[in-house]
Ligand binder design. Structure first.
Ligand SMILES: Cc1cc2nc3c(=O)[nH]c(=O)nc-3n(C[C@H](O)[C@H](O)[C@H](O)COP(=O)(O)OP(=O)(O)OC[C@H]3O[C@@H](n4cnc5c(N)ncnc54)[C@H](O)[C@@H]3O)c2cc1C
Length: 372
């Protein structure tokens, strides 16, 4: 039987970070992944036109966490990039999250002025105000604005994205949709934002480039689990799958990406355009914006939300509902009886992580193992 100190299941950002950490402690690591490429959902590649395409939809790195930014900066330099999203609302492209400029674009000038003045007077400038708070302001205009944002930006998008009404999903979510009383059109306000200068895959390859790390692709855990003995297992695959679904299946939402190449320099006016009310897709991402790739052609992806069906498509977003949290909790209790097995990552923790949070989680976990 083959022996390793650390077996890492899943070669996404979580597994890669854990692998690097253990290797830097002087321990050997084998990373296996069922897919034919490294990087999990953050995988990207250069297409024939020299455009860096994100295989699983647009990925923008942003974080307030200096320690995560500094950590990843060991493996890549960054292209400064501040993300902007526009949405098609009543035939107008408006900044998302909805802000003072969005108000100006969709409403007649006098109404826009009234709404902006009231928002600033009531809440101040450069603040995000949840629409629930607008509703409670006991002001007809602000209530109208809250209803407008709920209906045009949130309701139909949520129905498409999740196949559920916002109330069915998690009633608390509805009230949290913000209007941004600001002219800051950026999608994120984090201090650190950027795209790895030569792509995410190159950054992750650099992380894996260590003499104590070996990687086997096209290798599902089930295929090797009886052939390899390990001292520690880092499992970034689905936690319900690990336990053979003994308590039932954890639900996810999936997506179908339709990639289309166009024979023109640009397809749309920005990197991501949301379609909250029209069409069956939720958004279109255009990849050449991220690293300013130069080409006479362009490539975009249309995102069609779908239910996750095992064996047919991929798990993307855990469905945040109390009964799913309870089911996950049962698996977590089961996991506690296996002290040498560490579950992490968005599938292991059944939690939506942005990339920075996935890295942070792996750093924190491996740091707590230091004395072991
Ligand atoms: C559509 C979409 C857009 C996103 N956009 C952003 C964004 O803009 N910014 C941002 O910060 N984050 C974004 N994210 C989140 C980002 O993709 C995750 O933070 C990141 O991928 C988490 O890495 P992970 O290693 O936990 O999971 P994954 O990347 O999913 O990696 C898990 C790996 O485990 C492998 N695996 C699973 N089961 C097994 C098994 N049994 N045997 C072997 N291998 C197995 C899988 O093949 C996969 O490669 C986005 C996610 C999605 C779905």
């Amino acid at each position: 039987m083959e022996k390793v100190q650390n077996l890492v299941v899943g070669c996404g950002l979580s597994g890669i970070t854990a692998a690097r950490q253990m290797a830097e402690r002087g321990e050997n690591v084998l990373v296996v992944d069922a897919k034919e490429h490294i990087g999990g959902n953050a995988y990207d590649y250069y297409d024939k036109n020299g455009i860096c395409v994100h295989r699983y939809g647009t990925h923008i790195f942003h974080t307030p966490l200096k320690e995560v930014w500094d950590y990843l900066s060991r493996f890549t330099s960054w292209e400064p990039y501040m993300h902007r999203v526009e949405g098609l609302v009543d035939g107008q492209l408006v900044p998302i999250p909805f802000n003072l400029d969005s108000i100006e674009r969709v409403f007649p000038a006098s109404l826009a002025r009234t709404l902006s003045d009231k928002l600033i007077a009531r809440f101040g400038f450069n603040v995000k105000v949840p629409i629930l708070k607008l509703r409670q302001a006991q002001d007809k205009d602000l209530e109208f604005l809250a209803d407008y944002i709920y209906e045009k930006i949130f309701l139909h998008y949520t129905l498409k994205q999740w196949g559920l009404t916002p109330e069915e999903l998690d009633p608390a979510v509805t009230g949290r949709v913000p209007v941004y009383v600001s002219r800051d059109g950026r999608y994120f306000q984090d201090k650190y934002q950027g795209i790895p200068r030569r792509g995410y895959t190159e950054m992750m390859n650099n992380m894996l480039n260590h003499p104590l790390i070996s990687v086997r692709l096209n290798t599902p855990f089930a295929q090797i689990k009886d052939q390899i003995s390990w001292e520690r297992l880092f499992y970034t695959g689905p936690i319900d799958e690990f336990f053979d679904y003994k308590y039932g299946e954890l639900p996810y939402r999936s997506l179908r990406f339709e990639f289309v190449e166009y024979d023109r320099e640009y397809f749309q006016s920005g990197p991501v355009i949301n379609y909250p009310c029209n069409y069956d897709f939720t958004r279109i991402g255009e990849y050449k914006y991220f690293l300013r790739d130069q080409s006479a052609k362009t490539v975009v992806s249309y995102e069609y939300p779908q239910p996750f069906r095992r064996g047919e498509n991929e798990r993307y977003y855990p469905v945040v509902k109390p009964e799913n949290a309870a089911l996950y909790e049962r698996y977590l209790q089961e996991a506690a009886s296996l002290p040498a097995v560490h579950f992490l990552g968005r599938l292991g923790d059944y939690k939506y992580y942005d990339m920075d949070k996935a890295v942070q989680r792996a750093l924190l976990l491996t740091n707590t193992l230091k004395g072991e």
